[in-house]
Design a protein around this ligand. Structure first.
Ligand SMILES: *Cc1c(COP(=O)(O)O)cnc(C)c1O
Length: 364
């Protein structure tokens, strides 16, 4: 189908109007919940939609395609999980809208096309300690959580989604004795689904390793659970600087007043923000959508860092766009948007060959 534009995006409502709509949704779908519940990230996580019935209750208008896929849990490539906050965003879209396709299952997830892999980045082969992936000489990826606020249907790590991560003790021991590693990227799952205390123990342990100069956290909560960015969390995080956050916004409809407030809080604490987006077929693989997303991110103080060509993850062919399309969009960006808004277009080679840039390629 064509690109559906949600009414929220077209009118770009004021934060007051947005808050009112959120309140109407909360009272209708979660009548027992207070405004304080809605603002509480733990309440949001507890009340995630995990079943077809819960989704149908929150989104009474479903397309035949959405209904069919929701009824076929056996073909889902990963669990279903959508926060009430994200359900609210989906409720603003027409059936089959862009954000709906990132979070609602699709019957085509059960189909695996040639070349697709369960572990597309060969992470198992590069695992130097449980949950620690080293594909580059000087940096490592620590999978610190299995859970996410919401499960993106195009996830590259569907195989571990929702599962408990390994204890970090052995990964930390390996890092301590490997002085080449100057940069640790904490990811998962989403590390910000961990509680403050558990996350702080991990950051503290990393900071105590003298050769780990830079800590990065990869998280999608700014888009799917902005309530997680509490003053207490930010006070804790700022102690472990230099710390960068890599966010994951996919579509301009995610740039809400709550998301903006979460970014502002992090920036005010001196935590720089970049964004990573996956190029998704019919969702954001057109110039106008990515221009609005990336210019919108800049106004929130977030630098668009990577645009990823979809990994060859099993069951994601229906969501994967093409390298040619990504390159064409980047070419169009050149001169037609702020230079800061142009990300690097990356492909993570199957089997763990590492990321390679596909653009911007200015020359034709
Ligand atoms: C993507 C990735 C990183 C970080 O890569 P940058 O290009 O530095 O952002 C580190 N380790 C692994 C295994 C990765 O896949």
């Amino acid at each position: 189908g064509g690109l559906a534009i949600s009414p929220a995006m077209k009118q770009s409502p004021s934060s007051q109007a947005c808050a009112r709509r959120e309140q109407v949704f909360r009272r209708r779908i979660f009548p027992e919940a207070t405004a304080a519940d809605w603002a509480d990230w733990r309440w949001q996580l507890r009340r995630r939609a995990r079943t077809a019935a819960a989704v149908a209750c929150a989104l009474p208008e479903l397309s035949a395609r959405e209904r069919l896929a929701l009824a076929k849990a056996k073909v889902w490539r990963m669990p279903l999980g959508i926060t009430p906050y994200a359900l609210f965003l989906l409720s603003l879209e027409p059936p089959d809208g862009p954000l709906r396709r990132t979070l609602l299952p699709d019957a085509r997830e059960g189909r695996v096309v040639q070349g697709e892999l369960r572990d597309p980045l060969g992470e198992k082969a590069h695992e130097v300690a449980p949950g620690l992936i080293r594909s580059y000489p000087h940096k490592a990826l620590l999978l610190a959580a299995g859970d996410c606020a919401c499960f993106c249907r195009y996830c590259t790590r569907a195989r571990t989604a929702g599962k408990a991560p390994p204890e970090p003790a052995r990964a930390l021991a390996w890092l301590r004795k490997t002085p080449e590693i100057r940069d640790v990227l904490v990811s998962g799952g989403d590390p910000l689904t961990l509680g403050d205390a558990r996350l702080e123990r991990l950051l503290q342990a990393l900071r105590r390793i003298p050769h780990v100069e830079l800590i990065r956290i990869g998280t999608k909560v700014a888009a799917t659970l902005p309530q997680r960015i509490t003053p207490a969390l930010v006070r804790m995080l700022r102690k472990y600087r230099p710390l960068w956050l890599s966010l994951h916004f996919t579509h301009p409809a995610e740039l809400t007043p709550r998301a903006a407030a979460a970014c502002r809080r992090l920036l005010d604490a001196g935590i720089p923000l970049v964004n990573q987006t996956v190029l998704l077929r019919g969702i954001n693989d057109d110039f106008e959508t990515l221009r609005r997303l990336n210019e919108g991110l800049l106004t929130l103080g977030v630098k668009p860092y990577y645009l990823h060509q979809g990994d060859l993850a099993a069951g994601t062919a229906h969501l994967r766009s093409t390298m040619a399309q990504g390159r064409a969009i980047l070419r169009q960006m050149c001169g037609n948007t702020t230079g800061y808004a142009v990300p690097l277009f990356m492909f993570d080679r199957p089997g763990g060959g590492g990321k390679v840039p596909l653009g911007p390629a200015w020359a034709r």
